[in-house]
Design a protein around this ligand. Structure first.
Ligand SMILES: [Zn+2]
Length: 59
């Protein structure tokens, strides 16, 4: 899931407790960083789910 803290976007893994601090408030930048870091994003039942590099794509 996506969380915002103090204007920064945090990506939280939906399968474990891993959190990626993107250090940006721009959604596009956050998404680009997320992909560079090997995170996956999948839309399931109208909800965006996020997976860290260890967990892989959410199912
Ligand atoms: Zn994970």
């Amino acid at each position: 899931m996506i969380d915002r803290q103090g204007g920064r976007i945090l990506i939280e893994c939906d399968s474990c407790d891993e959190v990626l601090d993107t250090e940006t408030g721009e959604f596009d930048e956050a998404l680009a960083l997320m992909k560079r870091e090997g995170w996956s994003v999948r839309k399931i039942a109208d909800e965006w789910l996020h997976g860290c590099p260890s967990c892989g794509a959410p199912t």
